[in-house]
Design a binder for this molecule. Structure first.
Ligand SMILES: O=C1O[C@H](COP(=O)(O)O)[C@@H](O)[C@H](O)[C@H]1O
Length: 252
């Protein structure tokens, strides 16, 4: 069963998220010598950055950073998830640049090629598909939209059934911009640690649906169900106001 932590203040939420990521980083480096993390866009990069940028104990040189989803736009575009992470995090911490995996700007006009080239980056870091059937990220950081989407996996979309590709293109995202790439549900749910972050009133109804009525088949519910006790929710009291899902006290 997933764990739900709810915090009165957003800065406390961010610092708890930071502690969770720092622990995942420490344990992964101890066990496997590196830390592989996939970041979402939206509000997540700044929430994460608030909790970790000032920490001097993090072994940034062991971090390998991917994007859980990305929009098919230039990296300096306001819609780019990379740009959000660059501004909030990468510009402030010494993660080696060749260990930050952005989409290849040469393929913005062809989302299938964009996804295939991005998948090759995963293959280089996690080993060939013949050896590793599904890459296991150490940490997957996710947001959830009011419609239940997570990454660029949208409700009732055929992409939810993709079980071969690690990275897929999407040309009809209901949330703009429409052209994107995303890690597939199989990859997202295979991670060692999966955290959702949701704050504010706009997330109240979707938290009730995802946490209390998992049978609706929403993308975030599917991640929640498939990830089970590897899933942790970091939310604020505003977002969790309507859910009766049991909350735990945060201790790390
Ligand atoms: O379009 C997207 O939206 C989701 C949710 O964003 P949030 O700001 O409501 O948390 C985000 O996780 C995803 O990466 C992004 O491309």
């Amino acid at each position: 069963m997933p764990t739900l932590y709810s915090f009165k203040q957003k800065d406390v939420l961010c610092s708890a998220l930071g502690k969770y990521v720092k622990r995942a980083s420490r344990e992964s480096i101890k066990a496997r010598g590196r830390f592989t993390i996939a970041l979402s866009g939206g509000s997540l990069p700044s929430q994460l950055a608030q909790g970790i940028v000032e920490d001097e104990s993090i072994e940034w040189d062991k971090w390998f950073v991917f994007f859980a989803d990305e929009r098919a736009v230039p990296l300096n575009d306001h819609d780019s998830n990379y740009r959000l992470a660059e501004d909030a995090l990468f510009s402030k911490v010494p993660i080696p640049r060749d260990q930050i995996f952005a989409i290849d700007q040469n393929f913005l006009n062809d989302t299938q090629e964009l996804a295939d080239v991005y998948e090759k980056d995963l293959v280089r870091v996690f080993a060939a598909k013949e050896t590793v059937k599904i890459p296991a990220f150490d940490c997957m950081l996710l947001g959830v939209g009011p419609d239940g989407h997570t990454c660029s996996l949208f409700p009732n979309h055929e992409l939810l059934r993709e079980n071969i590709a690690w990275v897929s293109p999407i040309e009809d995202s209901p949330k703009p911009p429409p052209r994107r790439i995303t890690l597939t549900l199989t990859v997202v749910t295979h991670a060692h640690n999966i955290a959702f972050v949701a704050a504010g009133q706009s997330k109240q109804d979707i938290l009730v649906k995802v946490l209390e009525t998992p049978d609706e088949g929403l993308p975030a519910s599917l991640v929640n169900q498939m990830g089970g006790d590897r899933v942790t929710w970091f939310v604020d009291d505003e977002a969790s106001k309507l859910t009766v899902f049991p909350k735990k006290e945060f201790k790390l």
